[in-house]
Design a protein around this ligand. Structure first.
Ligand code: FAD
Length: 442
């Protein structure tokens, strides 16, 4: 088996670089690897033998509020519930039955549509997951703390929080946080990609970088060809060979909002007003449910929001190898209209200052990437969309098109295996796993 990678370095969404200053290691894309730990495929690989080591923050996530307090997503459902005042019981009843069966739930959801093995469990999850994040937050919880916490998780979906099924992503992320945590890879996400590459080599596979594929002729044709590309790239690579109807259908594939990302080299840890935020790996900056919903509505409808919802990760707090002694790294991004050229550095940093006054004074170096730069570095992020296409009800299970086997294409032996196939974005390896199964069936 051979892997051809267009970039000069392996890893795609799992790469690390010194983006700011020497000695500061930044993940260019993914950092938090909950999905890798919970993935039925990745967790069976001997990645630890090849150098992948998860570093767990004490708490998966924190959500600071304007009153100077913070809601903490703890590893335990009960400990999290205790911070939610009147919504403690509602929180326990939402997640309590799901978390102990996280493996079964993941087995039934991280893949193409198929008859579930655990229909009652899936139905229980589905009743909440099918709802809009906004509707679920308001009907399940009465207090702002629990509503804001749910909104922060669900906003990872890059959907409007008023869209049906926008709750699904957030619920799954929270189940993962309670079941396996939200770790970072010690030394940077590149270690996860490198461990996978080492494993492949140990099985006799080969990998070549700097081999951008422009046509099917660039690929060996003595076996299955799995393309880790978007439908747009598939059209470019195999366009004329694809039947007209399939071409038209994948041409209608929808991409979502983009991201604007900042990486910082910092002189000291971020000085959060609520000291408990320091215990968390991921920090959701956006205040209340209403404020986060307004920010996500703006991004999906082509507008920029003045105080955007910001996802921040502070990996060096839990992995000292990321920065020189005493120094720190952090990254943050916000969602904005696809392909936007607006520089949102000031808006993102204002959100950090809002909950951590004095933050700006600690910045030693900064790297900024808007949607165009993100796509230039990796063609899978069209217009800065890091999920490989909109993940709403219409497109989550039917990516790239509605087809009995979404990984196959009308071309014999040619398969798609990117996040533009089920189950969509994130570092879980399940798109490739299912595509490989599909190829082996042929
Ligand atoms: C800023 C950012 C933060 C993120 N944070 C997280 C996170 O914390 N946790 C998480 O789980 N996910 C996160 N993600 C999302 C995650 O990285 C992606 O959803 C996932 O990597 C997508 O997988 P993929 O296989 O579709 O594409 P990729 O992982 O991007 O891999 C595609 C590979 O194919 C190569 N390629 C594409 N076209 C060609 C071609 N024509 N010829 C040769 N090579 C080609 C690309 O160079 C790339 O290496 C983040 C993404 C970004 C950008």
């Amino acid at each position: 088996m051979s892997v051809l990678e267009g970039a000069e370095r392996l890893g795609g969404g799992c790469r690390s670089e010194e983006l700011t200053l020497p000695g500061f290691v930044h993940d260019t894309c993914s950092t938090v690897h909950a999905l890798a730990l919970i993935s039925p495929f990745l967790r069976d690989l001997p990645l630890a033998e090849h150098g992948f080591e998860p570093a767990q923050p004490e708490a998966p996530a924190a959500h600071p509020l304007d009153d100077g307090s913070a809601v903490i997503l703890e590893r335990s459902v009960n400990d999290t519930a205790r911070g939610l005042g009147p919504d403690a019981g509602a929180y326990r009843s939402l997640y309590g039955p799901l978390v102990p069966r996280a493996d079964e739930l993941v087995g039934d959801t991280l893949g193409p549509p198929r008859p579930p093995r655990h229909p009652l469990l899936l139905a229980r999850f589905g009743l909440s997951a099918i709802r809009s994040a906004y509707g679920l937050a308001r009907s399940r919880f009465e207090g702002e703390r629990a509503r804001a916490l749910l909104a922060g998780h669900c906003a990872h979906s890059m959907l409007s929080l008023r869209t049906p099924a926008s709750a699904a992503f957030g619920l799954m992320l929270a189940v993962g946080a309670h079941a396996v945590g939200w770790p970072v890879a010690r030394g940077g996400s590149q270690r996860l990609a490198d461990a996978m590459a080492e494993h492949l080599r140990s099985l006799g596979g080969t990998l070549e970088t700097g081999r951008h594929v422009d046509s099917l002729e660039d690929l060996p044709d003595d076996g299955a060809r799995l393309l880790d590309v978007t439908p747009r790239e598939l059209l470019r690579i195999a366009g004329e060979r694809l039947p007209e109807t399939y071409r038209r259908r994948i041409g209608r594939y929808r991409f979502g909002p983009g991201v604007f990302k900042l990486d910082w080299a910092l002189d000291a840890p971020i000085p959060w007003t609520a000291p408990e935020v320091a215990r968390a790996g991921t920090v959701h900056l956006g205040g209340t449910l209403d404020e986060i919903a307004a920010s996500e509505d703006a991004a999906v409808s082509g507008r920029h929001y003045e105080r955007p919802f910001v996802l921040l990760v502070q990996p060096s707090r839990f992995d000292p190898t990321r920065a020189p002694e005493g120094k720190h790294t952090a990254w943050a991004y916000c969602h904005l209209p696809p392909g936007s050229t607006r520089d949102t550095t000031a808006a993102i940093e204002a959100q950090v200052e809002r909950f951590a006054p004095g933050f700006r004074d600690l910045v030693l170096g900064r790297s900024a990437m808007g949607p165009a730069e993100i796509e230039r570095r990796n063609p899978n992020y069209v217009g800065g969309d890091i999920n490989g296409g909109v993940q709403d009800l219409r497109q989550l299970w039917t990516r790239p098109v509605a087809r009995a086997d979404p990984y196959s294409t009308p071309l014999p032996g040619v398969f798609l295996c990117s996040s533009s196939t089920p189950p969509g974005g994130g570092v879980h390896g399940m798109c490739g796993y299912w595509a490989a199964r599909s190829a082996l069936r042929v």
